[in-house]
Write a protein that binds this ligand. Sequence first.
Ligand code: AMP
Length: 435
Amino acid sequence: MSFEKIGLIKPLLDAISELGYTEPTVIQERAIGLVLAKKDIFATAQTGTGKTAAFMLPIIQRLRDNKPLAPKAVRVIVMTPTRELAMQIEEETKKYAKYMDLSIALLVGGKSLESQEKRLQDGIDILIATPGRLREHIIKKSIVLEALEIFVVDEADRMLDMGFVTDIRLIHAELPRRHQTLLFSATYTDKVRKLSRLILKKPEFIETAKQNKTVEAINQQIYLVDADRKAQLLSFLIGSRNFQQVLVFTKTKKSADILVEELKLDGLKAEVIHGEKTLAQRNKTLTKFKKKELNVLVATDIASRGIDIEQLPQVINYELPSVAEDYVHRIGRTGRAGHDGEAITLLDINDKEQMKVIERLIHVKIPRSEIKGFEVDITKKADQDDLKPKRPKKAPLKQTHVKKGTGKSVQKKIAAAPKKAPTQKKRKTTKRDGR
Ligand code: AMP
């Protein structure tokens, strides 16, 4: 089906054709007509499926009557978990609405409340907001919601994981009785289902991908490696495979900071974004990464949420996320809108169990291998049952030692001598947190 057949109007068709969209994605094909028909929607759609356009194009079309706005009134609210994501949606909305006369505004933390109040004074057609800041303005009465026509809850699962449930409930309670609600979520969890019951009226369900299934265009790989050699392996992969624009995920801010320093020591152009960086710093880093002035962007899950870089070729999980669903979000940064992508996980023994949880969630067994020169130390390998090391028929001798002072018994395998990895320059290993 074409965008014309779906019923989009010329100013929108012209705008998206300039963006190079030739045909609708699955979610767009299914959602646009329903949004135009004023239905409530519950859609499970992963990042990279074109979901922003799926709700924003018909929303813009719905606003074409250019109703005069009362002071402080808002016609559409799009609520999304992070500032970055909100900025990205605003950016896309402005592109789609290029040939329409609409007021579009962003309402996120990190900006002054007063300047935002001023902006809201004349009324806004489309407001893109994060829950905390939106709530503040509702409480301050700098927004009037009586005329609200459409309420979009984007990345609902993520918002609930981030603890925004009270904010969402409070905001929902303030909305007028008659309005349309569109709920988008990458995953279909119990929490999301509960929320949907609260905020949706007779919704149409759209399931674009099987629940928790990762985007098929992504080639997923696991490289088994010892924890203390991961940074080295990462530099080696980036260098030897000539990765130009790679996004690397860590579990914590601290390990992100440590890793980026190590990568810099290896001569890589790397920077970090996480929750402790200011919005201005994060934007600056992101812009550099988008312009390819940086080859490596190290990020934590929350900071990475809004990153949208088309055709990002590689995503690397340096450490696995504590919340298994975040794996889906992370690797959704590659293989976007039908492009091929590669998601590599550097797996050490600490993350072994979490990897299994993730594989159960996505219903995929990801192939495991080792990189020559970075093979798992055979003495540790005995615990890495993923590797199923070939042992001599006779069980190796085991000796049980008692660690002084702890009383803990430590089994030391002494039979098979460790195969030495080819010489790699020794580096000082740094203790990482999050373990
Ligand atoms: P989203 O899932 O909204 O984050 O969109 C992912 C990416 O796909 C964005 O960079 C969009 O610009 C792009 N995109 C959205 N719809 C289309 C389409 N119909 N054709 C090509 N690219 C698209």
